[in-house]
Write a protein that binds this ligand. Structure first.
Ligand SMILES: Cc1cc2nc3c(=O)[nH]c(=O)nc-3n(C[C@H](O)[C@H](O)[C@H](O)COP(=O)(O)OP(=O)(O)OC[C@H]3O[C@@H](n4cnc5c(N)ncnc54)[C@H](O)[C@@H]3O)c2cc1C
Length: 516
């Protein structure tokens, strides 16, 4: 019988490192003598990536499980409420045209086939507004809950926008003060192997060799352990999703109490798209683009004119632009021997739909739930982990590509290139063929923990103007009557919520005023 797993070393103190440490420490009693020991080491010399402001609703469960107060989190991370994404200019390039991908499932989604009814009766309004209240709520800057709603509970499904730097600090304090995580501030200088080929310890500049049973690589793009030490190959996806650069800015509001947007706004550009995220204190804005289709100067120019043209931007401030580059893709495997990569060290694809932190949460949760009792059973857990996350990465890539292939924009090479057959994953091509005759459904996505369920595909597909021609038996009177009930239910829900919910800004201000 091999020795029980007792010590976990997380390397890296970005969002991935601290979230993973928190999830493991909370579930495996790191504070107690009998628990698993969790140590996190981060370099004082290598800064975190410092972006990553959009999350998924899964974050509510993650934060609640690690025992933080939602109010403290909102205040200390300059967080706001996010109810989905608004895509502007993706279909034709006209910036007056938009659609939403809200977080709530369409009303009645699990019981009725809504699409034929919507196409026949309400095609003059968006699919999202016919069956979800969140398009209307976001258009009005409404919050997803009332001040009295309990922490982490929702009236309308929500996630958060947050300040990434403050989030890492918040998690660090919680991990070290409440969860018993040991924190080492030091630079890892080498990896020492055991005879078996496993990692035995890591050499550090000031703390000697640090030993552990399981090493979690959260070293960001460096991928120090999985990539550099073990040489696990990188699978590039640049031929599918071209974006490999970003330029980012933090933009103060013109008026301190300006409305805070309740959705991430993603506005399509000639060589990529601009994200616009509203935090209570500022907006986070950035242009993600393809270096094959625009120069860095062009990209910065595009972003600056976007910011300038928005009346919410403070006109007198000269804003510094931060440049980032990345290689879109992921590692061939994520768990190798006694090392598992989480976060950017495992891979990264452009932040459209903000799936990176959601993948961190899913990875941390699987490590938590399947934590191998000892080294002998680790291979089995690793194999399952690799299968599960290869599946997730491929689905994320297909879903993001969907946003591009459905566009009819032809104003630049970038958009035309996105529709070239050789860059479209085969499974996506097959599904698009199928969806001409039946809407996306649960039969297309079989895992229990799909990152993007079929409802997400419906929102994007029909938001982008896709048509599904269904056989007449799908358009029967009884199924229309059922869908009609859900449509009417949604309409009255919209009215109730608009009247009953405060604005995003009002709710944030209320939480900021409230004392413990
Ligand atoms: C432009 C852009 C926008 C993004 N937007 C979103 C978004 O909206 N939503 C979303 O979910 N995700 C987004 N992401 C991704 C998100 O930022 C990351 O997934 C998240 O921040 C996790 O990063 P990380 O912790 O893996 O890496 P990092 O933040 O880079 O942290 C790496 C850590 O490793 C440590 N380290 C490195 N080398 C050593 C060493 N030798 N010794 C010790 N420590 C070391 C560093 O000190 C640091 O603490 C975005 C990414 C980019 C590039």
């Amino acid at each position: 019988m091999s020795n029980p797993l007792k010590k976990i070393l997380v390397v890296g103190g970005g969002t991935a490192g601290w979230l993973t440490a928190a999830v493991l420490a909370a579930a495996h009693d790191a504070r107690m003598e009998s628990g698993i020991r969790v140590t996190l080491i981060e370099s004082p010399d290598v800064s975190t990536i410092g972006v990553g402001e959009g999350t998924w609703p899964s974050m509510r469960d993650t934060l609640s499980r690690i025992g933080v107060s939602e109010r403290d989190f909102i205040r200390e991370c300059s967080a706001s409420f996010k109810q989905g994404s608004k895509f502007v200019g993706w279909r034709t390039g006209d910036n007056k045209e938009f659609y939403y991908h809200p977080f709530s499932l369409p009303q009645g989604y699990l019981n009725a086939n809504l699409v034929p009814y919507w196409q026949a009766e309400h095609a003059n309004i968006s699919f999202a507004s016919a069956f979800s209240s969140q398009e209307a709520l976001c258009q009005l800057g409404k919050a997803p809950k009332q001040p009295e709603t309990p922490e982490f509970a929702a009236v309308a499904n929500y996630a958060y926008h947050l300040d990434a730097g403050k989030f890492a600090t918040f998690l660090r304090q919680h991990c070290t003060q409440k969860l018993g995580v040991q924190h080492v501030l030091d630079h890892v200088t080498g990896v020492n192997s055991a005879d078996s080929g496993d990692i035995a310890s890591l050499s550090t500049r000031g703390h000697g060799d640090v030993v552990a049973d399981l090493f979690i690589d959260c070293t960001g793009i460096a991928s120090l352990l999985l990539g550099r030490h073990f040489g696990v190959p990188f699978v590039s996806k640049k031929e599918v999703l071209f974006n490999d650069r970003a330029v980012a800015m933090q933009v103060p509001y013109a008026e301190g109490n300006d409305a805070i947007s309740s959705a991430t706004i993603a506005t399509a550009q000639r060589a990529g798209w601009i994200w616009d995220i509203g935090l209570p204190s500022r907006r986070g804005v950035g242009y993600v683009y393809s270096s094959n289709h625009a120069s860095d100067e062009e990209a910065e120019e595009t972003l600056r004119s976007y910011v300038k043209s928005d009346p919410r931007s403070c006109p007198s401030i000269d804003i510094v632009a931060r440049k980032l580059s990345f290689n879109p893709g992921f590692r061939k495997e994520f768990w190798h021997r006694n090392c598992v990569a989480v976060g950017m060290s495992a891979g990264f694809i452009e932040p459209l739909e903000a799936s990176a932190i959601a993948l961190v949460e899913l990875s941390a949760a699987m490590i938590r739930d399947q934590l191998p009792a000892n080294r002998r059973v680790m291979e089995t857990v690793a194999r399952r982990f690799n299968q599960r996350f290869s599946y997730h990465w491929e689905r994320v890539i297909e879903f993001l590509k969907l946003h591009y292939v459905l566009s009819s924009r032809s104003d630049s090479e970038y958009w035309r290139d996105h529709r070239r057959e050789e860059g479209i994953p085969r499974r996506l091509t097959e599904l698009l063929e199928l969806w001409q005759f039946q809407p996306p459904s649960r039969h297309d996505f079989l895992q229990a923990e799909e990152i993007f369920p079929s409802a997400s595909y419906q929102y994007v597909l029909y938001g982008m103007g896709f048509s599904t021609h269904q056989r007449s038996t799908s358009c029967r009177r009884d199924s229309f009557e059922q869908a009609d009930r859900y449509y009417k239910e949604n309409k009255s829900q919209i009215e109730r919520q608009i009247n009953g919910l405060p604005s995003n800004r009002e709710l944030i201000n209320h939480l900021a005023r409230e004392t413990h």
